[in-house]
Design a protein around this ligand. Structure first.
Ligand SMILES: [Fe+2]
Ligand SMILES: [Fe+2]
Length: 177
């Protein structure tokens, strides 16, 4: 495994995106064909992955990456450090602090929606809740894809230009790499 924290995070994002593909297959099937045990199984499996692996991943970002970046706040502005081709993705005149609080907010919103999906999936009449389950799954898919996009294309390139080699090594160490 790589000891570069950004490679590890991106690899974990790819696993997260694969789980979202599965969740989307299940949600599409519920929407188009109504309830089926198979559709529910796909959503449950993806949900399980998000609750465990994605949760651990987000925790690592919060425990290892964000604290090492925080001495660099409130400057610099993301606009100053972000590489040219990614600028259109982040249209706000944000500084690093703004970006990090928005990403932390995403983490919290994701768990709120996860709780909602979880209780729908565990309810004894899941078959009657097919539409609500699909809707909640789509919310998660939309939120998490957007979040991963922001991290891959804005946070990580910015962090790599802001952090020194020693600081990157510190992130690796905090991640246990
Ligand atoms: Fe994140
Ligand atoms: Fe992430």
């Amino acid at each position: 495994m790589s000891t570069n924290p950004f490679e590890v995070f991106v690899e974990e994002h790819n696993h997260g995106l694969a789980a979202l593909e599965k969740m989307e297959q299940g949600a599409d099937s519920l929407r188009e064909n109504g309830y089926s045990a198979e559709a529910l199984r796909l959503i449950k499996e993806a949900n399980e992955f998000i609750k465990t692996e994605v949760k651990a991943h987000n925790q690592k970002e919060e425990d290892a990456l964000f604290p090492v970046l925080s001495p660099h706040m409130p400057s610099p502005s993301i606009i100053d450090v972000i590489v040219e081709e990614h600028r259109e993705l982040w249209d706000k005149e944000e500084d690093l602090q703004g970006l990090l609080s928005s990403l932390l907010g995403d983490h919290q919103e994701l768990w709120a929606e996860e709780d909602r999906l979880e209780s729908l999936l565990n309810s004894p009449n899941a078959a009657d809740n097919a539409a609500a389950i699909a809707e909640s799954a789509y919310n998660i898919i939309y939120m998490l894809r957007d979040h991963i996009d922001k991290e891959n294309n804005i946070l990580f390139p910015s962090a790599q230009s802001i952090l020194s080699e020693i600081e990157v090594a510190k992130v690796s160490e905090l991640m246990g790499l």
